[in-house]
Unconditional design. Structure first.
Length: 210
């Protein structure tokens, strides 16, 4: 679908210029604090974001933890899955996720899970709109995702620009990564991949940020 390539082409140039890629080690890991800290991002003060990519096995490993976290956040906190926009997984997937988030928010967790399973177990190519359609069907999205994107390109381009700006401000370069209050970034690297310790660290940072 030629018209759907407009967003992807524009952002691919921006990604190449900015150097954003997935699966890099977090910056300043030599610091003593078990999290990264960035200048606060306005508008994210109450947010807990789980950045993910469909091809990341650790995003899949921690998916259920993130779902449980969303259901048990303290009052006043909001949770959101957020795709790390990168060339490896393709811009179309990020745009499709943002379409689900905007127009069918009740299906976002379904779509995340379907994308993780689709890529890692079923080997679906989510760089293509045919692959994205297949993931959308697996997630029971009640419309065709490629058509939904095509019909809402302008608003989704704006959503994508905001997502790119957010991941740059938060300095997110690997997944999974949890951003708390637009300031604190936690990744499994800080606990050497220990799932229990990662859970404790994330909850501790959320409590600290109240």
């Amino acid at each position: 679908m030629k018209s759907l390539r407009t967003i992807a082409a524009a952002v691919a140039l921006g990604l190449a210029a900015s150097g954003h890629v997935a699966a890099q080690a977090p910056k300043d890991q030599e610091q003593l604090k078990p999290y990264l800290q960035v200048k606060p991002v306005a508008g994210d003060e109450d947010m807990v974001r789980a950045f993910f990519t469909p091809s990341c096995p650790y995003s899949k490993l921690y998916f259920q933890f993130f779902k449980n976290l969303a259901a048990t956040l303290p009052e006043g906190k909001r949770f959101a899955f957020t795709p790390l926009v990168n060339k490896g997984d393709g811009v179309p997937f990020a745009v499709a996720y943002l379409a689900v988030q905007r127009f069918y928010p009740a299906y976002t967790a379904n779509f995340v899970e379907a994308s993780l399973v689709g890529v890692q177990e079923r080997h679906i190519n989510i760089k293509t709109w045919a692959g994205i359609y297949e993931v959308g069907q697996a997630a029971h999205i009640p419309v065709s995702l490629p058509r939904l994107v095509q019909q809402n390109q302008a608003v989704l381009q704006a959503d994508l620009n905001r997502t790119l700006a957010l991941q740059k401000r938060l300095e997110i370069t690997n997944t999974p990564a949890v951003a708390v209050a637009g300031t604190y970034i936690v990744t499994p690297e800080f606990t050497a991949g220990d799932a229990s310790m990662f859970s404790q660290l994330v909850n501790g940072v959320i409590s600290m940020a109240r």
